[in-house]
Design a protein around this ligand. Structure first.
Ligand code: AMP
Length: 459
């Protein structure tokens, strides 16, 4: 993550208790979005924040909100501020931010999300809360049952507005906004600004100050990302495993476009002895929490997930992201690979692309304004991506990689064997991971033993 090292937290106008909590967390400098947004939020102005996840944007609104709300007291069922989040996991992370930065304030917060007991949430609301963090559906549900009154909301935060759009939440947002007092402070965050989001921002915000940390839809410099071309979808598993073994994968998200593939990919990972679990929107909330906690605690190395479940999740120090499928929407590419390379760390991302994906890849390259380098070795089928989509960097990397391969194979990052030899000896135990071989795996052909899920075999 980028830091504004010329600015100190003490320059931003935050109170002593918040500064003390920041010190406890160990942050040295504000990130650019924090340096820009915090003083404006403290002035009670509306903010239009253009920032991707991983930039420190959650703290950019939670820290000043804690100070603004410090003076008052919440009444039963009448929260004083409302934060709308597209997913339950993201909502839970926002709540964690309030716990961290608000530890020296007596503020209360409640998490109103689907998939968990409504009774507990209602009891919490009855006691009165300063900050309500909610997903739109559950909030409207409780409102329609008369369990919540929104007439005292002084601050509204809309987080990840572009994701709300993708998830079809815009009508819910409009409904919720119509239930709030018109005189309020609104903070609106989005990673991208498609026309529908611009329209919504114009409607919700009054004379906002725009803060932007990097051009929308750009990828973080701290992520090295590569395209892995495969001739057929069924070869993705072999290519994944080849790369997985040669990379130093501490932990990774593997994104699939379809929920039905998540199970099969997860099964495949487990068949290879990889500690894998899944995360998708159809899972019970309790299962999602268990999977995420196991991943955060390093009991699970690979989480196979959908975009919806993984959006905005903050897992510290994730080393890799794999796109099992090229995302349908170019913006999702930015979000997915933004899961790694966070908070100052570097990360690596690999996207498996078949010849059918060339249009989607071209769209991503157009969006991010550069070509994605092709990862050397393996099958590496040429995919026809229009020449005007990039800068020529990819060709240089391909040439370098080909030169290396001619010299006897690319060495892995830990100085291990060249990948050619790894591929030729499929029964050899990998060096970096405890990975079991099952059946008669022949990775060069992308065919696996009897434990191969059916979908990996189809064309
Ligand atoms: P976010 O963009 O809100 O998802 O935050 C991404 C990560 O950055 C989280 O793990 C935060 O704990 C971390 N973070 C936020 N602010 C800072 C800061 N000023 N210095 C270092 N890390 C930070």
């Amino acid at each position: 993550m980028e830091f504004k090292e010329t600015v100190a937290f003490t320059d931003l106008g935050l109170s002593e208790p918040v500064l003390k909590a920041i010190k406890d967390v160990g942050y040295e400098h504000p990130t650019p979005i924090q340096a820009q947004a915090i003083p404006i939020v403290l002035m009670c102005r509306d903010v239009l924040g253009l920032a991707q996840t991983g930039t420190g944007k959650t703290a950019a609104f939670t820290m000043p909100m804690i100070d603004i709300l410090a003076g008052g007291r919440a009444k039963a069922r009448m929260p004083r501020s409302l934060i709308l989040s597209p997913t339950r996991e993201l909502a839970a992370q926002i709540a964690e931010n309030f716990d961290q930065y608000g530890k020296y304030h007596p503020l209360t917060h409640a998490l109103i999300v689907g998939g968990t007991s409504m009774d507990e949430q209602i009891k919490r609301l009855d006691r009165g809360v300063d900050v309500l963090i909610a997903t739109p559906g559950r909030l409207l549900d409780l409102f329609s049952r008369g369990k919540i009154l929104l007439a005292d909301i002084k601050i509204l935060v809309i987080d990840e507005a572009d994701r709300m759009l993708d998830m079809g939440f815009i009508p819910d947002l409009e409904k919720i906004a119509s239930l709030l007092p018109p005189i309020r402070q609104t903070l609106f965050f989005s990673a991208t600004m498609p026309p529908e989001i611009k329209k919504l921002a114009d409607k919700f915000l009054v004379n906002p100050k725009t803060v932007s940390v990097s051009p929308p839809s750009s990828t973080a410099a701290s992520v090295e990302h590569f395209l892995v071309n495969v001739s057929h979808a069924q070869n993705k598993s072999a290519e994944f495993y080849r790369i997985f073994r040669q990379e130093d994968v501490k932990n990774a998200f593997v994104f699939c476009n379809r929920k039905r593939d998540i199970n099969d990919v997860c099964k495949f990972m487990r068949s290879k002895g990889i500690k894998a679990d899944k995360l998708h929107g159809d899972m019970e909330q309790s299962e999602r929490t268990v999977a995420l906690n196991a991943f955060k605690n390093d009991q699970v190395q690979v989480l196979v997930c959908s975009d919806v479940a993984a959006r905005g999740l903050d897992v510290q120090g994730m080393s890799h992201v794999f796109n099992w499928d090229v995302p349908f929407h170019a913006e999702d590419y930015v979000h997915r690979i933004g899961r790694t390379g966070r908070a100052g760390a570097t990360g690596r991302a690999f996207t498996f692309s078949t010849p059918n994906d060339f249009k989607a890849v071209a769209q991503i390259q157009k969006l991010i304004g550069k070509k994605i380098n092709v990862f050397g070795g393996g099958e590496n089928v040429a995919t026809e991506v229009p020449a005007d989509a990039g800068t020529g960097e990819a060709e240089k990397t391909e040439e370098r990689s080909a030169r290396k391969n001619r010299r006897g194979g690319r060495r892995n990052r830990r100085g291990g064997k060249p990948e050619h030899s790894a591929a030729k000896t499929p029964s050899e135990k990998p060096r970096n991971h405890e990975v079991r071989q099952h059946g008669h795996a022949d990775e060069n052909n992308g065919t696996f033993g009897t434990d191969v899920p059916a979908f990996l075999k189809k064309g």
